[in-house]
Structures are given as C-alpha cells and as structure tokens.
Design a protein around this ligand. Structure first.
Ligand code: NAD
Length: 480
C-alpha cells in the first residue's frame, strides 16, 4: 500500500514524528486507499515557515502568469477527470457520476479564478490635489481547512482564488479524504505553482489545527466544516486574522398547497438523498402546507424506494455509503433516537448496500409527522434521512423552518411567485431556492449561510467580491 507524504518547502516528506494514519474505502473496508502522515504541531510550524519564506516568487510572478498556471491546472484535471473520480469514489464513497462532476467543477473553479487573477483591481477617487487610488495585494499566507464531503470542489473554490492573487497557501484537507487533496496539490505543482508557494499538511485537525490557526504568519483562514470546529477556530484565531467560516445546515423545503405533489416529492428526495445526504445544503426537513401532505409523502417514499444503494464505483448505483464509521454510527443513532421518540418511518430503506461487505451503508429513511421539538427536526443528521412535517399555513411553515439554529439553504415549491418572493424575505437562510432542491449551487453566485451556518464575513465563490477575502486593500494618495 502506498505511503503518502506532506508537501513542505518543495519536498514530499513524512510527518516529523513519523506517525501515520490509514484510509480505507467506506464502501469496502478491504480496499485500502493509502497511508498518510499524521501531522502535528511541529509539521504545522514547518509548513508556515516554508510558505511565508517561499510565497514571494508567486506573488511577484504577475497576474497573467498566475492566470496561465491556473488554466493549465484546469486542463490537467479535465484530461484526468476519469481516473481522479475513481480515486475520489474509493476514498469518500460518493457515486462515480458525482465524483466526476465534482472534479469537473473544480476545473471550472480554477478557470473562474484564473480570470479573477487579471480582473481583480483597485479604484480611483476624485480628490483635489492628489491621485487617490486603491491597490490590492495578497494577504500573505492563507490557511485552507476543508471537510471531506466535497473534498475537491470546496478546496478548489478556496485555493484557486487565494493563488490567483498571489497568496501562499497551506492546505489542510480532511483526514477522511487525504488522497484527493494530495492530487490537487500535485496538479497545481505540475501546472507551475512554485513549490515554495504551497504546503500540504495531512492529519487530524485536533493534532495540528491549533498550531496552524494560532500562527502569527497565517493571515487568513478559510474553513468549511462543522459548527463546533468553526467555533474553536474562531476562538483560537484571535482578533487580527481574516476568517471565513462556513459550517453546518438543517435545511428545509416548504411545499405550498398549489404545488404539484409529484414535483415537490422529487425536489425533496433529490435534496435529501443526493450524496447520501452528506451535503451541507441537503434537505433535512420538508414542511407541507395543507392537504397535499399524504401525496407528497407518497412521492418521497416512491423516490426513496427507487434509490440504488451500493458501492459508488458501480455506475448503476445512485447512492453510496456514508463516509466514515463515525458517520455511520451517528446516522443510525439518530434513526434510533427517532424511533425511540415514537416517530413513524414511512420508508426504512435496507442498510445492507446490496450485499457489499464491511461498508458503511444506510438506506434512505423517511420520517413523517415529526414535531418541531424532535431532535431529528433540530440537529444536522448528515445522512439520507428526511423528516416530513405538517403546517397549517405558510406563516406556520416559515416559523417551523426558522426554528433551528442553522441558516444555510432553504427551498419552497409553489406556483405563486409573490409567495416565493415573500419566502425569500421571510426565511432565515443564506441560499434561497424556489422550485428546486436546497442542494446544488451555481459556480459563481455568492455562497454562504447565516446563523450557525456561517460567521458571515465574506461569501464564497462570489465572482469579483470573493477576492476581497484574499486581498488587502491599501489607499494610496499621490501628490506631485
Ligand atoms: P469537521 O469540522 O469535523 O472537520 C472539518 C475540517 O476541520 C477537517 O479538515 C478537520 O480535520 C479540521 N479540524 C477538525 N478539528 C480541528 C481543529 N481543532 N483545528 C483545526 N482544524 C480542525 O467537519 P467534517 O465532518 O469534515 O464536515 C462535515 C461538516 O461540514 C458538516 O457540518 C457540514 O454541514 C459542513 N459543511 C459545510 C459546508 C458549507 O459550505 N457550509 C460545506 C460542506 C460541509
């Protein structure tokens, strides 16, 4: 089995203490992905020193040169998307179709931000006697800490803009998807990112996170992951670092009485079961207003029954396993809590994953008549579990939708566009969808939550605006 390494100061090296961890395929525990360095504070310190010392070559390379390097990286990804997707499926468990789409999306991210390299600009101001203008500079060392559920599209939408404007980057991928993170760094280096401008650190956040987050040389931290980890990073980072924290969700889909129940059921099921429910924007609650409830439940159940659970490498499989044993235990534990609360399961999908041995499979689950105060209606589950709830009116549905601590994505199914616009105003969520699933977002539209879903400093993937996070603005007064 291959022993993989960190990338620090231009060299692939093991963790200073030699510690390692192993990753296996969540669909098939006999399939060993590789052994990776279990980095600690000493490795973090080396990486910070290396990128601080090595980032100048990239910062001074020129915007057009950086643009061409990022475009080359996108070309490489597109050429190899098939092989890269197989590795991603083996490592994280998602279907091969989702893995291919994710790598292609990452190439698109690189192209989008390659363009920003030459578009990010300052402004001039009419001040008598001086030429006053702003100039944008890279912030310096950017730390990207990322989750496992989108192990390449999230890193690429953070690291591409960071590099586009000349920052140095320390990349700490999730320990659940280390190989995909490594492949991204290999591709960036092959495309021409100077070796000193980037470091890859593998390992558990708990072992090296504090050393990274508290390092004075790290000027900006872009994090996506759970709310508790985000809170910890917020506390550790102190007042003088730029912080972007995108965290969990408990996303509702409201169905109004004028909706087509079949379409509504499809939208709910797509949001709930895509990516095995392991998307931050997954539909976790569906709140149905009026008499459509039984029909909508019937359609969600029909869609759940059509899911083909199994190893994501099989092209006929539509839902892979959960990514880890911990996730598996957590999701099954939440199902048990629901049963313990006396909730009814309208559909309880088979958990065996088509007979695959040793995989972390959970079939789709459809809970009905879930009260607002049930743990299942309040907590992020991050699995293929959807809770259906009844509401007497639009207002009651919105109250239920807003009754959780998260505020990432929300959707409404209705033919009434005036109501839909009310919803956009009334709902507490950073992403609002009308007649489409909570999951799935455009490449270049602002992305981010409110409430516990985000620290709400800078949106991600917001075209020109996103570059604010990765640049420092200086105001220059030029008098003759
Ligand atoms: P997690 O918080 O456990 O880990 C995320 C990253 O933080 C990993 O790289 C991990 O190693 C690192 N980390 C853990 N402890 C750390 C510490 N003490 N210091 C520094 N880094 C540390 O989250 P996860 O389980 O990987 O991902 C699932 C979560 O991510 C869910 O809550 C999901 O909703 C959220 N998520 C949010 C978005 C979004 O854009 N809002 C997108 C995807 C996932």
């Amino acid at each position: 089995m291959t022993a993989h390494q960190n990338f620090i100061a231009g060299a692939w090296i093991p963790a200073a203490q030699g510690a390692t961890f192993e990753r296996r395929n969540p669909a098939d525990q006999s399939d060993r992905i590789g052994v990776f360095p279990a980095s600690a504070a000493e490795d973090a310190a080396r990486a910070v020193t290396a990128v601080e010392a090595g980032r100048q070559e990239w910062a001074t390379a020129g915007a057009e040169a950086r643009m061409r390097v990022l475009e080359r990286a996108a070309d490489i990804i597109e050429e190899r998307a098939g092989d890269l997707a197989v590795e991603l499926t083996r490592e994280e468990g998602k279907t091969i179709a989702s893995a291919t789409t994710e790598w292609r999306r990452s190439a698109a991210n690189l192209r989008l931000y390659a363009g920003e390299a030459v578009r990010t600009r300052g402004e001039t101001f009419p001040v008598d006697g001086s030429l006053v203008h702003t100039r944008r500079e890279p912030v310096g060392v950017v730390l990207a800490i990322t989750p496992w559920n989108f192990p390449i599209s999230i890193p690429s939408r953070k690291i591409s803009p960071a590099l586009a404007v000349g920052n140095g980057v320390i990349f700490k991928p999730s320990e659940v998807a280390p190989l995909t993170g490594q492949r991204f760094v290999e591709i960036l280096l092959e495309a021409g990112v100077p070796a000193g401008a980037i470091a890859l650190l593998q390992g558990r956040g708990a072992d090296l996170g504090e050393a990274l987050v508290t390092s004075p040389e790290v000027k900006a931290i872009t994090f996506t992951g759970s709310y508790p980890t985000g809170c910890l990073i917020h506390r550790l980072a102190g007042p003088d670092k730029r912080l972007q924290l995108e965290m969990g969700g408990k996303n509702p889909c409201i169905v109004l009485g004028d909706a087509d129940p079949v379409r509504a059921g499809e939208i709910i099921a797509r949001g709930a079961f895509a990516l095995t429910g392991q998307a931050c924007t997954a539909t976790s609650r569906a709140i149905v207003v009026g008499d459509l409830y039984d029909e909508v439940v019937g359609e969600v159940v029909k869609q759940a029954a059509a899911v083909r659970l199994g190893n994501g490498l099989d092209p006929d499989v539509t839902m892979g396993p959960l990514a880890t044993k911990t996730q598996h235990e957590k999701v099954l534990g939440m199902v048990d809590i629901g049963k313990g609360e006396g909730l009814t399961l309208a559909f309880d999908g088979d958990d065996t994953g088509g007979g695959e041995p040793g995989g972390f499979f959970v079939g789709p689950k459809v809970f009905v008549d879930v009260p607002d105060d049930s743990l299942l209606a309040q907590e992020e589950i991050f699995g293929p579990v959807v809770c259906l709830q009844r509401a007497e009116s639009y207002e009651a549905a919105v109250e239920t939708a807003n009754s959780v601590e998260y505020g990432l994505a929300a959707s409404i199914v209705t033919k009434d566009f005036a109501r839909a616009l009310d919803f956009a105003k009334d709902i507490e969520a950073g992403i609002v969808k009308v007649n489409s699933a909570t999951g799935g977002v455009a490449l270049s539209a602002p992305f981010g939550g409110i409430k516990h879903s985000s620290n709400q400093t800078y949106k991600e993937q917001a075209g020109h605006g996103v570059m604010d996070f990765y640049t420092t603005v200086k105001t220059v007064y030029l008098a003759s």
